[in-house]
Design a protein around this ligand. Sequence first.
Ligand code: PEP
Length: 251
Amino acid sequence: MGCRVKKKLIAGNWKMNGSLAANDALVKALVAGMAASTCHVALCVPSVYLAQCQALMAGTAIDLGAQDLSQHEAGAFTGEISGAMLKEFGVRYCIVGHSERRQYHGETDALVAAKTQRALASGITPIVCVGETLAEREAGKTEEVVKRQLAAVIHANGHCISEIVVAYEPVWAIGTGKTATTEQAQQVHAVLRAQLKAATNQADRIHILYGGSMNAANAAQLLAQPDIDGGLVGGASLKAPDFLSIIASAP
Ligand code: PEP
């Protein structure tokens, strides 16, 4: 069997949601409800709330995450946020290449690879998102697409690749209420694991998360798959009872 047992990682992606009052209530409810949790838990929050969330999560079992970072180190890049800045606020994880950024901000595979490098250089674990659109799935291109997206990141990051987290997020399942079946998800996760194995002998250490309408009802089955090491959770991470029940279903 080898040493394949690792703690699951459940990461919430708040996207552009929240307020000072709502964040306060949500984080406090999560902290109160997850005392006995055995998995890793992180919340990727809008950057303006990092200071607030850093304070709320101090001394708790929840790690702080961000949703994006600049590929640049510093300088004249108005509106951008650097890895070093995120690090100053105690950020441990940063989502990179979320499909909403690929779609609405034109992020390319090369840019996602550069942002991954910047996160690693800043001491932040990138959660690198890959996933196919519905048209790509229907055209039988799922494997080709996710392998191309991950290959760019592997190429640019060499031996550091074992330090990343990968999130498989079929675009057609994000925020739609349509979840990949456990078989569909496991199949793609196995493909990604094999690709990582070809790049590093540490591939079993790497968390590969599933994301796409994960909820309290479907989490346990998804998380029981051999290559699904956790979840990246959007909508359901905004409701404490739902997120807590996903956390509780992580074996
Ligand atoms: C996401 O934003 O990464 C995501 C998976 O969203 P949702 O859970 O709402 O589908």
